[in-house]
Ligand binder design. Sequence first.
Ligand code: UDP
Length: 396
Amino acid sequence: MTHPQTAPVRILCLMSDTGGGHRASAQALKAGFAELYGDRFQVDIIDLITDYLPWPLNQIPKMYPFLSNDVPWMYSALYSSQSSGSWGNWLAINGSRMAKNSVRKAFLQHQPDLIISVHPLLQLVSMWVMDEMPHRIPFVTVVTDLTTAHPLWFNPGVDACYVASEEAYRFALSRGLRKDQLHLFGLPIRPAFARPALSKVELRAKLKMDPALPAVLLIGGGEGIGPVEEIAAQITQQLSASGKATGQLVVVAGRNKTMQERLAARAWPIPALINGFVDNMPDWMAACDCIVTKAGPGTMAEALISGLPIILSGFIPGQEEGNVPYVINNDVGEYSEDPAEIGRIVARWFGPESAKLQTMSDKARALGHPQATFDIVKSIAGVWAKARQQATTPPK
Ligand code: UDP
């Protein structure tokens, strides 16, 4: 007997490319749904701001790199001015007002059974649009910041809200969300990080690394930004100060091809591997002993899962600010913007402070949430099941 095919549950995932993290989180959730439920759920990811909103709102993602990297003071002012009556709040409310018709059209076009938002700017407008629709679509927010999260992430009208740290949980409560709406599972990281890695020996052979020397991984985010070259120079100088190599360096230059070429053209005093954008980050992290990175939440969450002590070399004001005390207070690393100091920290960790490095590695692993993506996905499937049950149960 043939069974009628059940149509997949349609999930619309709202994101926008302001930084790489929102798309990465959306893709991790989509992969999590596929791994747990096969084709039972169909997840469509859309850049709601760029592809659906009118000008000038659709220019926001293009302005983001300029604001966060070139004029961080302005970004910081915009980020923090959220009291009612402030210009940040005025912009958010008026932008949402302008976006309403386009967002309604997007919802009608996609006809989702459930909506996930992984972007702070998309809660308010979505709630307004759904208030005027005949049927309420289940709506959940997955916060992609680690500790400091903007107030706009938190809307008490959502069915569920997923956060990644105690700090974000407490802040969500202070913004009026209830405990039964809130879930602390960790950041949605691609499922590959939840699988056990090969041994360090096997990975180093596969990645053509030195088998024995301790290894530092240096990353400038997906775009390869920040003083990566100066930091590489200082680390290699410190790790060769005794006349012989006391460590090795792995650089991930991301999409910054010019920097990758400049780094690859240099002669290094210790074993050094220079990569562009890598697709096998779980392998590189599992093969190394510590990481130097800006305070990007994705990279930090992945490093913790991989047991890597972290040296933070900078942060974007606003959403990455709280990630610095998070690392220090949890005793999983240090913060320094000075390349020479970063070089000295790595040399200490690979020399006289190797026991401390091991302790921090254990603490990092304990703080990581390798199953977060699956926990979030299962919980969202539960939100959908509950909503469906309510919709199909006749009123008494
Ligand atoms: N990443 C990667 N390959 C690279 C460089 C970065 O897969 O060559 C990934 C990294 O593992 C992380 C994300 O890009 O998942 C960067 O996210 P993060 O939140 O740290 O920083 P962003 O670049 O979004 O500011």
